[in-house]
Design a protein. Structure first.
Length: 98
C-alpha cells in the first residue's frame, strides 16, 4: 500500500514480504540526476548511498502507521530509477537490452 505523509515529506510504498520483512520505498527528497552527468560516470553505483535524513523520515512515517514494525531498519539501500520530465513510466523495448 502507499501512504502520503506530509509531516515527513514522504510517499511511502510499503511492501510486506512473506519472510516477515517489510520493504519501504518512496521516501522522497531524491536528487534529480541530469543525463549528461550520468553518462559521464559522475554517479558510480558504489557512491550512491541513502540520505540518512530521508531514512529517518521513512522510519518516523512508518512508525506512526504501525507499532509492530516500527524500529530501525535492518538494511538501508539507495537506488537510482528513471524519472522522466512527464513523470510517466518508461514502457516498451530498450534498444540494446534483451
Amino acid at each position: 500500500f502507499c501512504g502520503e505523509d506530509d509531516r515527513f515529506g514522504t510517499h511511502l510504498e510499503v511492501y510486506p514480504r512473506n519472510t516477515g520483512e517489510v520493504y519501504l520505498c518512496g521516501v522522497g527528497g531524491s536528487e534529480y540526476v541530469q543525463p549528461d552527468a550520468l553518462r559521464a560516470g559522475k554517479f558510480s553505483p558504489s557512491e550512491v548511498t541513502a540520505d540518512p535524513a530521508r531514512v529517518e523520515a521513512a522510519v518516523a512515517s512508518f512508525t506512526s502507521m504501525t507499532r509492530r514494525f516500527g524500529r530501525e531498519p535492518d538494511r538501508v539501500q539507495a537506488c537510482m530509477r528513471p524519472c522522466l520530465p512527464d513523470a510517466l513510466p518508461v514502457m516498451g523495448k530498450v534498444g540494446h537490452v534483451r
